[in-house]
Design a protein around this ligand. Sequence first.
Ligand code: BDR
Ligand code: CA
Length: 314
Amino acid sequence: RRPIYLDCDTGIDDSLALAYLLASPEIELVGVGTVCGNTSATQAARNTLDLLALAGRHDIPVAVGATDWLTRPFDGGVPQIHGPNGIGGIQLHPSGAAPADEAAAELLIRLSHEYAGRLQVVTVGPLTNIALALTTDPTLVDRVASVTTMGGAALVPGNVTAVAEANVWNDPEAAQHVIAAHWDVTLVPLDVTLENTLAEKDRRQLLQSADPLARSLGEMLDFYFDFYLSFYGRRGCALHDPLAAAIAVGGIRAATAPAVPAQIDTTHGPGRGQTVLDLREQRHGPVDHPGCRTRVVLATDRPLGPHLVQRLTS
Ligand code: BDR
Ligand code: CA
């Protein structure tokens, strides 16, 4: 089973990504790092530990990572989207488990030695921890098999500014560091995550599941669905983070994912946080640019929603 390290800002859709990974027999989740984003890094770790406890997975280490972004202090997160505690305000049974006594970047570096050449990194929050790990140990790139990142907006508007997606917007310098490093990065941008959704009938299925983790996900989605009402014009939500997880696992395949020149706008003007991708040669179908190691997923082979609900409830 392929080892996966997850870096997240848990978060309602982060919780879906975590649960999807736990339910995937193809992989083994070997560690989780948290970062500030949707909520504080500490609260994200609390949420993660409580969710893991619901799944009976006390064995997976959870390390608290960056409590601020590289060039900006944490701003308090987005309680209007993910609730006051990051998980829609629901109260999970407190697991009592403590986070690891190493930072997320240290955990990642340690796991990269333990699983050298095989470790897959999945990030569904700002890229601060990964950038910090690269700064501490630039040889990390040689031991990580791949990086799959929920982040960016290729041909669609941003969701924080006109051009910037939240995970990149929160720490553009970190995102730039990660995509400039010499390793294989797959960006899963808003272009595809907004196209993959859950609806009220899916939430009902989660609520009716025999699995306590699935039921808690159904409960927290109530809050997320309210937020997305104005976006989609119906109750439901985008599947940002679980799509990155499913692509990393291989449960969903990228149908179109060219390797292209990619950089992040780190200026302080209106373009800050934009994923600047050179897609000029993609008019007649996907073309890989020689030497480019950042792929951008522009289409998937099938919708995630039904596959996700099936994995979470069986
Ligand atoms: C991303 O931002 C966060 O709020 C979500 O959890 C997701 O990772 C979507 O832009
Ligand atoms: Ca997230």
